[in-house]
Design a protein around this ligand. Structure first.
Ligand code: PEP
Ligand code: MG
Length: 768
């Protein structure tokens, strides 16, 4: 565990007389309240700093979007140099401070190797130099400098004063109003940024940033009463420590694991004397308790952001979370995610998020989602795709780079994110959106075409669904049915456990919307990363994906599963009811579930209810152990569906939600394709209908390979139907199969078959 003291090295302890800084801050408050322009305000601020610190020079440099620091205000240097003098980041002492986000304190600046002489400033007379970065949320926005003629070293107190006033200037810059007068167009804080993450699919979203966990905005920076602020700070720290201790003593975190490690990190930070001392120093210098938390947070962040060690970067997240907790404590804000009014075109930016949290946002106002972490098959990504929301994940530092309300464009296909885009980028994307709409219209025209390959093979294209909002897609996409209805989504959006009647109502609506088309319901798949907000888990699991989830939970809590089965049987009266069970590991689990269905059928019959015309029961093949029980399995089930998301994660022992692993193993490789083929072959041997309903089915290239190895029924998210269908119509499956199968044989050939598949599609003109 690193200590914050180490992380903030380069800072100093404040001792001695504290009246001067408080006086300065009081003056600055008066300046901030004056009805003058931002430029005039900055001019006055540097005058106040110079006079308070008895400095002959005080200057502010502001970082522009072209990585140049422009002199914005000065007393002591030639006034004509304002908006003329500029230094690149890294150039001269000022540039060095900006590059390293660290202060420089020198008795004789002229002899420093980085000193850059700018004749227009008249700087040559000054020897002593103290410059500090102007930081906000760890980002450098400029540099604040004081200089004196004498050869003197500024005291630790003076360093602290200058850092504190720099924070006030940072807020001023962020508040806007300072427009560049020099050559470059914008200030750095308004700089357009093009960021690259991983596209999790689903088109393009344009809108404005909403932080999932909003930063607490501290508006009151300067204290009226320092003693009062000190006791507020102490009380809040005390409360924070108690709350962290409480969390750690709860029985559900008693088990070692990642969750507990994070809390342990919180506790270390909460009790870190260096952290507390720095905040107290900032209060002693005249800041409010909140402002002091923010100042120390920003300083620490600036240093830790420069760390390349992933462990330390993770600790930064922990530290940030704790500092935010403290801020909320001080400002009496409720903890937790965004609770404000959502703009009409919200793009939610989060470090990570559970699938259930996504439902807290009004779908009609949600344009896109950006995650620092996540993986394409994590459930939040799947749910977002089901809702038609573009997602980009694995975008490092996304949360600290954005400001609430920033314009943003999210391209879920390429993984590009444009923050504060220039107008040409915006119009290019508006074009892209139009183009997509045209393409969608083309896909819609394919809707009524039978999905038959060039060589006459029928392909059942089905939908993955889970909510009422999905149902119109059936008609729009021309899908043959619902291949996977994820019943847990209804439970995830609800604020309390849906009763049997509510479940029945939903299932009835689904069957009515589907008409003659088949619907395959999946029994509740909760546990793992699909937690229900209203069910408190009694035990934190170390490996939840392999834990007490899905059918395991259902069989251990039969009342839950039976309620659902009863609701399904009632809703299915007069129809065919298809029901499959997730995460089956042993055939006997299916048989136990089947027995529950039989029992419920008997119950309903006894009570005079009409039953479904037929009940077909199946399993999801998601756990590799089933591969060694296929003969037994296919002898007892009516149908099966391959859950390739989970099957891939368990076969490769590679967590589907882990950012670092998401590109590591390819499903289009020999081992996985062989395994999928084995399932298809066995199913055919036993005449058991087989579908594949994982995310693979919705990607044209992958779907093409699935058809080649023998799948004829695939189920995918609504927006994939168009692209996959246009692949199907142009594919000669027989020909591809003949080329692909030899490549799956043992031999020296490469294990990765993706390049072959890409080339094949290219040569044959198959759209993928
Ligand atoms: C799967 O695992 O492939 C699947 C379809 O189920 P889910 O993604 O809901 O776990
Ligand atoms: Mg699954």
């Amino acid at each position: 565990m690193i200590r914050l003291e180490a992380a903030t090295s380069g800072e100093t302890t404040m001792r001695g007389n504290v009246a001067a800084p408080r006086l300065l801050l009081r003056r600055l408050r008066e300046v901030l309240a004056e009805p003058i322009s931002a430029q005039e305000r900055l001019d006055k601020i540097v005058e106040q700093i110079a006079s308070n610190m008895v400095a002959e020079v005080c200057s502010t440099y502001v970082l522009r979007s072209d990585d140049v620091l422009e002199l914005y205000a000065t007393v002591g240097l030639n006034r004509e140099a304002v908006h003329l003098t500029s230094l690149k980041v890294g150039e001269g002492l000022v540039g060095l401070i900006a590059a390293d986000a660290r202060y420089i304190n020198l008795a004789n600046a002229q002899v420093h190797p980085a000193f850059a002489y700018k004749p227009e400033t008249g700087e040559e007379m000054f020897n002593a130099f103290l410059g500090v970065p102007i930081l906000r949320a760890g980002r450098t926005l400029g540099v604040l400098v004081v200089q004196n003629k004498s050869h003197r070293t500024y005291t630790e107190e003076e360093v602290e004063i200058l850092q504190t006033t720099a924070m006030i200037i940072a807020e001023m810059i962020a508040a806007g109003g300072l427009e560049p007068i020099g050559r470059a167009g914008t200030l750095d804080i308004k700089r357009p940024l093009r960021l690259e993450g991983l596209g999790f699919g689903e088109g393009v979203g344009l809108g404005h940033v909403v932080l999932h966990e909003p930063r607490v905005v501290v508006s009151n920076l300067i204290a009226d009463d320092t003693n009062r602020e000190l006791s507020r700070l102490d009380a809040a720290i005390e409360k924070l420590r108690i709350s962290v201790d409480d969390l750690l003593s709860r029985s559900d975190v008693a088990v070692p694991g990642e969750h507990r490690d994070v809390l342990e990190a919180y506790r270390l930070f909460a009790y870190d004397r260096g952290w507390v001392r720095k905040m107290e120093e900032a209060v002693n210098n005249g800041l409010t308790a909140e402002a002091s938390v923010e100042k120390v947070q920003s300083d620490t962040r600036a240093r830790m952001l420069r760390q390349t060690d992933p462990y330390l970067r993770d600790r930064l997240h922990d530290f940030d979370a704790l500092a935010n907790r403290l801020l909320r404590e001080l400002m009496g804000r409720p903890h937790g995610p965004f609770a404000g009014a959502l703009p009409k075109d919200a793009v939610v930016v989060a470090r990570n998020m559970g699938a259930a949290e996504l439902f807290d946002y009004d779908r009609d106002r949600l344009r896109a989602l950006v995650l620092e972490e996540g993986a394409p098959t994590s459930h939040v990504a799947i749910v977002a795709r089901a809702l038609g929301i573009p997602v980009v994940g694995q975008l490092p530092n996304a949360v600290s780079l954005v400001e609430s309300g920033d314009p943003i464009i999210v391209d879920g296909e390429t993984g590009h994110v444009h923050l504060r885009p220039a107008s040409d980028v915006e119009s290019a994307y508006a074009e892209k959106v139009k183009f997509r709409a045209r393409r969608q219209a083309q896909y819609r025209r394919l809707r009524s075409k039978p999905s038959v390959t060039k060589d006459g093979q029928d392909v059942q294209m089905q939908l993955n669904a889970g909510l009422l909002v999905d149902l119109p897609h059936l008609e729009e996409s021309g899908a043959a049915g619902i291949g996977l209805f994820r019943t847990e989504l209804q439970f995830m959006v609800a604020s309390s456990f849906p009763r049997m009647a509510e479940q029945e109502r939903l299932y009835r609506n689904v069957l009515a919307a589907a008409g003659d088309r088949p619907v395959t319901f999946r029994s509740l798949d909760i546990g793992g990363d699909k937690v229900l907000p209203y069910v408190r888990q009694s035990e934190e699991e170390e490996n939840p994906a392999m834990g007490w989830r899905a059918i395991r939970l259902g069989l251990d809590r039969p009342a839950l599963l039976r309620t659902q089965i009863r609701a399904l049987l009632k809703a299915g009266a007069g129809h065919e009811l298809r029901l499959m069970f997730p995460m089956i590991t042993e055939v006997s689990e299916f048989e136990r579930a089947q027995a529950l269905v039989e029992r419920e059928k008997a119950f309903l019959r006894r009570h005079g209810y009409q039953l479904p015309e037929t009940v077909k029961l199946g399993v999801m093949i998601e756990v590799p152990s089933l591969l060694f029980q296929l003969d037994e399995l296919f002898s007892v089930v009516h149908f099966a569906s391959v859950g390739s998301n989970d099957l891939m994660q368990f076969t490769m022992a590679s967590d589907r939600g882990n950012t670092r692993l998401s590109n590591r193993y390819d499903s289009m490789s020999k081992p996985f394709l062989r395994l999928l083929k084995l399932i298809a072959d066995k199913a055919r041997e036993y005449h058991v209908p087989i579908t594949l309903c994982g995310e693979l089915a919705g990607k044209p290239l992958e779907a093409m390979a699935l058809l080649a190895i023998g799948y004829r029924s695939i189920s995918m998210s609504p927006s994939s139907i168009g692209p996959v269908k246009s692949m199907v119509l142009d594919l000669d499956v027989g020909r591809l199969r003949a080329r692909l199968l030899p490549r799956l044989e043992p031999g020296k050939g490469t294990s990765d078959l993706r390049p072959f598949l890409k080339l094949y599609a290219e040569e044959q003109g198959i759209p993928i």
